[in-house]
Design a protein around this ligand. Structure first.
Ligand code: PLP
Length: 394
């Protein structure tokens, strides 16, 4: 089979050409001053995207590493941890919290709904001793966006630590680490930033570092250790790493940050929003149904579409890949075969790529004898994209 012409998946997503170019440059290792400077510079760029003046830790492994490291660092056996669950990634985070000894309180909503801040207020009233609250900002598997700003304000007032999986929202959704009073966030470069998939971008508040230092269970001398990075790299004057960093990935992450910072973070978010709106309008005009119950809480990085009754989800996607060279995604986890997911991240959100994703899904369904109005969908999407014609080239 040939390489796909378009990778418009739920992520990892296609990268920018400048990211690919950066990753094929000369390999410079961590003991070289050029790399030390590049790493520190990349940290500052990631901090700018998080909108924090505090520490950023760039861990050397896909975002699951950062999430697992966060759970490991924060949980003290017996502490009460509230986990807000609106999808499979949150569920997974809860498994770590429990495994490391937390008294786990889960506030779970159906996977096509967002977490209402009132539920958080109630959970904290019921469990006033809770030391942390965890949430997934943008649940990529279900396409639902949680109101992180409002949730964080409640958690902050209560005094618990606010931990958020922002893997798929950094660069594509409004996010203000310092302004919203967040304590620990983990992002991935391979979603809206359209970078390579091998790193965890973590932002950590000062009071969160204090909590980690006070936790005798927080690992040290471990690949999962945030403290190793703090002590050896950050507080050690940024001259030595706990272990050899993934040097090629770092070059790619810096290039990905540069794309967003050069276009402007606000513009990047606006482009992702516009793409998501175009795809949602297109899906509805085709006669299909969205997965997220409330479009106001649909995430900007991906649009989830309900698989029509009697339609074979995986068969349809394989057909679309083979016939049209377009990679789209099924659902994930328990809801894998109940949804199609159309990604609009990085280049996938730009230009006419959202229309390509829509047309591919529509044509693929027609080929499977599912009656959809492909043309209506494309028209509706174009209308959204052309609301501001000056912007559509990006
Ligand atoms: C992509 C993603 C992750 C990381 O998961 P992978 O499947 O390893 O890429 C974690 N959380 C969220 C919300 C994500 O979108």
């Amino acid at each position: 089979m040939r390489d796909p012409m378009f990778t418009l998946t739920a992520g990892p997503t296609q990268t920018w050409p400048s990211v690919q170019a950066a990753m094929s440059g000369p390999i410079v290792y961590d003991y070289d001053p050029v790399f030390l400077e590049r790493f520190a510079r990349t940290e500052r760029k990631v901090a700018e995207l998080f909108r924090t003046s505090g520490d950023v830790v760039l861990m050397q492994g896909e975002a699951v590493l950062g999430l697992e490291a966060a759970a490991r660092a924060l949980v003290r056996p017996g502490m009460t941890a509230i986990n807000l669950v609106s999808g499979v990634y949150a569920k997974w985070f809860g498994l770590w919290l429990a495994e490391y000894g937390a008294n786990l309180v889960e506030v779970e909503v159906p996977y096509d709904e967002h977490v209402d801040p009132a539920l958080v207020r109630q959970a904290l009233a019921d469990h006033p001793d809770a030391g942390l609250v965890a949430v997934v900002h943008s649940e990529t598997p279900s396409g639902v966006l949680n109101p992180l700003r409002e949730i964080a304000a409640i958690v902050r007032d209560h005094g618990a630590l606010m931990v958020a999986d922002v893997v798929s929202s950094l660069g594509g959704e409004e996010l203000d680490f310092d302004g919203w009073g967040l304590d620990l966030c983990v992002a991935g470069p391979q979603k809206c930033l359209a970078g390579p998939p091998g790193m965890s971008l973590c932002a950590i508040s000062d009071r969160c570092w204090d909590a980690i230092r006070d936790n005798p269970s927080a690992p040290r001398g471990s690949f999962l250790s945030l403290l190793d990075w703090k002590d050896r790299w950050i507080d050690g004057g940024r001259t030595a790493f706990p272990y050899t960093p993934s040097v090629v990935e770092v070059a790619g992450v810096e290039a990905a940050c540069d794309v967003v910072l050069e276009m402007g973070l606000g513009r990047s978010i606006a482009i992702h929003r516009r793409a998501a709106r175009a795809v949602r309008e297109g899906v509805l005009a085709m006669g299909l149904e969205l997965w997220a119950r409330d479009a106001e809480f649909a995430t900007s990085c991906v649009t989830s579409v309900r698989v029509p009754d009697g339609c074979d989800c995986l068969g349809t996607l394989a057909h679309i890949r083979e016939r049209y060279g377009v990679m789209l995604s099924p659902g994930y986890g328990e809801i894998k075969e109940r949804l199609f997911r159309l990604g609009h991240q990085g280049p996938g959100a730009a230009s006419l790529n959202p229309v390509v994703a829509l047309a591919a899904l529509g044509r693929g369904l027609v080929d499977q004898e599912v009656p959809v109005r492909v043309g209506d969908g494309v028209e509706a999407a174009l209308e959204v994209l052309f609301e501001d014609p000056a912007e559509v080239s990006s």
